[in-house]
Write a protein that binds this ligand. Structure first.
Ligand SMILES: Cc1cc2nc3c(=O)[nH]c(=O)nc-3n(C[C@H](O)[C@H](O)[C@H](O)COP(=O)(O)OP(=O)(O)OC[C@H]3O[C@@H](n4cnc5c(N)ncnc54)[C@H](O)[C@@H]3O)c2cc1C
Length: 104
């Protein structure tokens, strides 16, 4: 099936999700192509269970999901990072297609 989309974002990591957020704000049609089974894949599948960020919570500035908790000097656990990224995705209503590896 051939489909034309104005803008294609390759990868549903934090960079791709942030880009999607801002394009949505501007009303720009776009889609995220993610090779894995879900967005935020590296945090879901490539970090260990006890993983915590080494960057403090106050530095989390994902658009639409900025950290607003009570521990700005704390460090998020893996599940919390995934939740923030998924929030960014749901706030922006991003369109994505998983299991789509982009090739030249
Ligand atoms: C062990 C470890 C610990 C870290 N700890 C921290 C930390 O404490 N604080 C911090 O700020 N950063 C940390 N980082 C860095 C952080 O993970 C990266 O900076 C961040 O994930 C980069 O986001 P990104 O969206 O650019 O890329 P990624 O998160 O890597 O996302 C890229 C996405 O693109 C997809 N993709 C790639 N190629 C294709 C393709 N051809 N077609 C379709 N999809 C594709 C991938 O599957 C992936 O989902 C850590 C990294 C590692 C490895």
């Amino acid at each position: 099936m051939n489909e034309r989309v104005h803008t294609v974002i390759i990868g549903g990591g934090q960079a791709g999700l942030a880009m999607s957020y801002y394009l949505t704000q501007q009303g720009q049609e776009h889609i995220i192509l993610e090779q894995a089974a879900r967005v935020a894949h590296v945090w879901c599948d490539e970090r260990w269970d006890s993983f915590t960020l080494v960057s403090p919570n106050w530095s989390i500035r994902m658009p639409g999901a900025e950290y607003q908790g009570e521990a700005p000097d704390g460090f998020l656990h893996r599940e919390e990072i995934v939740s923030i990224l998924n929030n960014t995705c749901s706030v922006s209503g991003c369109q994505f297609a998983t299991m789509h590896e982009s090739r030249r």
